[in-house]
Design a protein around this ligand. Structure first.
Ligand code: ADP
Ligand code: MG
Ligand code: MG
Length: 923
């Protein structure tokens, strides 16, 4: 749920918000009392705020302090330096921590060891780095050994620290350390880390020192305070590392919010076999099932569980080995779930049978699980329906509509292997072995499956574009699993039978070799992998809507619809769909669209057998011929409209008159020239050749330098009023027919691309004249509206004049964005990426509405329009109509409805409800 156009944006208490910030930058937690609490996520990061909350709830949390995100902002403002005043505040808190823990930094008898952990407002799993066991040096390691009588443990901790510090702070490649570690392991014939004894680990430490000296040109820092300062700054620095930036871009997390740094006393899961470390969820994050869920490792520390170094055990096993700690963990985590009223994703460590909580946060989950959990919580009376709709990321609902495999075909193919079902969904595609290739191949239009030994956070872009992700190692909480679930990306991890050769671009599994480009398919819900291409089929919800499955037989369908029904109670805006055909309109209605916001008539021109007639209309160089072609189109359009009206059961249907430049309906100039050359080579003077030559002449006549700014939209209707006449006639004849059948029908005729009131006036005269005529002919009256699209900036700026002629406005935000930015929608791909890399733009303005720049244009259009026509109905019909954060803005400016593609309707219903609950119109 990190895609936080945040729904749960609880406003930070005034005293804590940045604008009125005090000079406090460091917040202590320990001994049952904390300076912060859970509401302070913006300042303390999610991790820091929840550590404070757990401390206040008297849970066993190692003491520590949080350096706030405000310090991070200062760090960047001061050219990557922390001012001395914050340094001093940190030292004060360090002394407090020493007192609370009864230990001392650098002490030769009882040394304080800490972890240094990042944590921003939105969790970014694995994107930034954590350092454990800080405070160890050649002397304190001996003190640790003496205190614990465990030299193996002391040196294991030291080598881990050097490795993390070396790579994160000194920026030495991890491989350099791993190489030395493996050498020692091999030398001792060890396969597992745990098999190395103290002696061996001392050798590792010695070798690491050499690595540091050679690579960093300095000795490993021995002074704990220096270690701490360096580590803190490295965490701040890691906020801007490329993978963190990439992550933020995908999840729309702004760069400026920064990260906090948590410094926390260490507890140890690696002291022996009465110790452990683990992670878990209070409910199954993949399926939503109410079950305790997670993994742990005995005698291990920190990242071991998620890094896939050893295969962890399922958390239920913990009950057998450490029953007391297990029971306490279950108690605490259920309490946390009730307190946060949400599924908790927690991290813990057990040191010599004593449990410590190290983190809790609201768990990320699949869209499927989100719906199950929210409806279960309501049934359990843990939350209200209103809270339930605020809990679900609207975007994630679209996962429930994603296709699955045809079970018959799927079952007919042998299972090649099984892995852990990390994230549900059916995936089929061609195998690639690197994130870069995944991006290249998918840019070329190929469906890809990203296969990796294990995924690392750098793979995130490749995962994003792939149909699915398949890894050979890792557990249910490994990086690939966590990120996959969050993206709703079908994922299987830990398919250990795969022998992946990334360099050779192949993998083998049970005797089969699969090369780059070969097809594989897998089911992320069952974990089955198959070596074939398999067609997918509609999701369960779609099957119900298509009447292939009874609603009573689909639990998920009923829950899904329940969520949407609850949403409808809270939303103010209507939700319509963009649909051009009766079947699309029917689906949209089934998804809950009440009305069509955009029916693009020209899409109908591409229908079976119509293009030649359309071409004849375009080729006509006189009105008579054009009218003849239009007369042929009339019955076809009328039938289309009849079907769409009927499917909408009387709800308003907005039909746009012809919009695109005419040449879009003609063959390409180059293709014609080739055909003509071929015909000329064969014979002379044939009819076909004549037609093609005429076509070519017309194509050349119609050529435009900037077709998107050329002869299109209302300009076509003005120059060829007979087109508007025909379309109006088709709309009204269809409407009259329905009216005569006793059915309700509400047509809205929409003139596109209007920038001047007189354009609309011109077309309205035509529309009204024809409409009157048709109604007289038919002997019935139908109520219809005439309105316009506002998509040319001039239209918005003169909306007060236009509104005197228009009965409704519909913002075409695609064109409005195009014309306000001056970015061609069709060419923006060439430079958008660079714009994003250079931080000129955070987001693609064609995907997420640009509130700052296009927003004021839209707002002006709304305000001016309502000034002269208070009853003006206003909606939006661009792609943005289905985008949750854009919907938020449309709620603010007080639009009457949003309209989006049929599949986005459920997303829009939920997003509109969240927006209505979060903002007041006019905010
Ligand atoms: P991430 O945000 O990547 O999960 P964390 O800061 O949570 O990183 O640290 C990762 C792991 O390191 C934790 O789950 C925990 O196992 C271990 N860890 C962090 N701090 C401590 C600590 N004070 N004592 C023991 N283990 C710790
Ligand atoms: Mg963590
Ligand atoms: Mg347009």
């Amino acid at each position: 749920m990190a895609k936080k156009k945040s729904v749960k944006k609880r406003p930070a208490p005034k005293a804590l918000s940045r604008s009125t910030k005090s000079s406090k930058y460091v917040y202590f937690f320990g001994n049952g009392k904390a300076d912060g609490d859970r509401t302070m996520r913006e300042l303390l990061g999610g991790k820091g705020a929840n550590l404070a909350e757990m401390t206040n709830a008297a849970l066993p949390v190692p003491a520590g302090f949080t350096i706030s995100t405000a310090a991070c902002t200062i760090y960047y403002k001061e050219k990557r330096r922390i001012p001395p005043s914050i340094d001093a505040e940190m030292l004060t808190n360090l002394r407090k921590l020493e007192k609370a823990s009864g230990t001392q930094f650098g002490s030769n008898t009882n040394p304080l060891l800490v972890s240094v952990r990042s944590g921003s407002k939105f969790s970014m799993p694995g994107m930034m780095d954590t350092i454990l066991n800080l405070g160890l040096n050649d002397e304190t390691v001996e003190a640790l050994k003496r205190r614990t009588s465990n030299g193996r443990f002391a040196y294991d901790s030291y080598r881990r620290f050097m490795q993390m510090f070396g790579s994160v702070v000194l920026e030495i490649p991890k491989d350099a350390f791993e190489h030395e570690f493996d050498t020692v392991k091999r030398g001792r014939g060890a396969t597992l880390d745990t098999e190395l004894d103290e002696e061996a680990l001392r050798e590792v430490v010695a070798r690491y020192k050499t690595v540091v000296r050679e690579r960093a040109k300095r000795d490993f820092p021995q002074e704990p305070r220096e270690q701490l300062t360096m580590a803190r700054d490295a965490v701040f620095r890691s906020w801007m590392n490329p993978r963190a930036q990439e992550y933020r871009r995908i999840y729309d997390i702004p760069d400026h919010i920064g990260t906090a740094v948590n410094v926390q006393m260490m507890v140890f899961g690696n002291t022996g076999d009465r110790s452990a470390t683990g992670v878990g969820f209070t409910r199954n994050p993949a399926t939503g099932a109410k079950e305790f869920y997670g993994e742990f490792l005995i005698n291990a520390q920190g990242e071991d569980v998620v890094a896939g170094i050893r295969t962890p055990q399922p958390i239920t096993e913990l009950e057998k080995v450490l029953p007391k700690a297990y029971k306490q963990l279950r108690d605490i985590t259920s309490r946390l779930e009730r307190n946060y009223k949400d599924v908790q994703d927690f991290e813990f460590t057990i040191q010599d049978e004593r449990l410590f909580m190290l983190q809790t946060r609201n768990g990320k989950r699949t869209g499927y699980a989100a719906v199950i959990i929210a409806t279960d919580f309501v049934a359990e009376r843990l939350i209200t329906p209103k809270e339930a709709i605020l809990q679900i990321d609207p975007e994630s609902l679209s996962q429930l509509l994603a296709p699955g495999f045809d079970q018959k075909e799927w079952k007919s193919i042998p299972v090649a292997t099984r892995g852990l079902p990390a994230s549900p969904g059916a995936a089929s595609g061609q195998v690639v072995f690197s994130a870069e290739e995944a991006v290249q191949w998918s840019d070329a239009g190929k469906p890809v499956i990203l296969v990796r030994r294990e995924t690392v956070p750098d793979d995130i872009r490749g995962m994003f574009v792939a149909q699915g992700v398949l890894t050979a190692t890792g557990g249910m909480t490994s990086h690939a699993a966590v990120v996959g679930r969050q993206m709703g990306k079908p994922s299987i991890v830990g398919a250990s039978a795969l022998d992946v050769d990334e360099d050779g671009r192949r993998f083998t599994v049970n005797g089969h070799t699969i090369k780059e480009g070969d097809f594989v398919s897998f089911d992320g819900l069952t974990g089955e992998v198959k070596l074939a291409k398999v067609a997918s089929k509609p999701s369960e919800i779609l099957q119900v809507l298509n009447r292939e499955l009874e609603p009573a037989k689909s639990d998920i369908y009923r829950r899904f619809m329940q969520i949407l029904k609850w949403s409808d109670k809270h939303r103010r805006m209507d939700v319509r769909a963009n649909a051009d055909q009766p079947d699309q309109a029917e689906l949209a209605y089934a998804f809950g669209a009440r009305g069509i916001g955009l029916c693009r008539t020209e899409h109908m021109f591409f229908g079976e057998g119509r293009i030649p007639i359309v071409q004849r209309m375009i080729l006509a160089d006189n009105e008579k011929d054009r009218r003849a072609a239009l007369a042929e189109l009339l019955p076809m359009q009328r039938d289309d409209f009849y079907g769409v009206f009927k499917a909408m059961k009387g709800e308003p249907v907005t039909i746009r008159t012809i919009d695109p430049p005419l040449h879009e309906f003609l063959p390409k100039r180059e293709e014609l020239m080739v055909e003509i050359a071929r015909l000329e080579a064969r014979a002379h003077g044939t009819d076909e050749l004549e037609t093609k030559l005429a076509l070519l002449r017309r194509v050349e006549q119609l050529h435009e330098f900037n077709p998107m700014l050329g002869h299109r939209g209302v300009r076509l209707g003005i120059t060829y009023p007979e087109i508007t006449e025909m379309q109006t006639r088709a709309i009204l004849e269809a409407a009259c027919r329905l009216a005569k059948e006793g059915l309700k029908v509400t047509p809205e005729i929409m003139i596109p691309l209007v920038g001047h009131v007189k354009e609309l006036r011109d077309q309205k005269v035509v529309v009204n004249r024809v409409a009157e005529q048709v109604m007289k002919e038919q002997g019935v009256t139908v109520k219809y509206l005439v309105g316009t699209m506002i998509e040319v900036p001039r239209g918005a700026m003169t909306a007060d004049e236009i509104a005197t002629e228009a009965q409704f406005f519909s913002f075409g935000t695609n064109d409005l964005t195009q014309m306000t930015f001056g970015f061609s929608r069709d060419d923006v791909g060439k430079f958008l990426r660079v714009y994003q890399d250079k931080k000129i733009l955070d987001r693609d303005p064609f995907a997420t509405f640009d509130v700052d720049g296009v927003g004021p244009v839209l707002r002006t259009g709304v305000e001016l329009g309502r000034r002269t026509n208070p009853d003006l109905k206003i909606g939006v019909c661009g792609e943005h109509g289905g985008d949750p954060s854009s919907i938020h803005f449309f709620e603010k400016v007080g639009l009457n409805y949003v309209s989006c593609s049929p599949y986005r309707v459920p997303v829009a219903r939920l997003a509109a409800a969240q927006a209505a609950l979060a903002v007041k119109v006019g905010d």
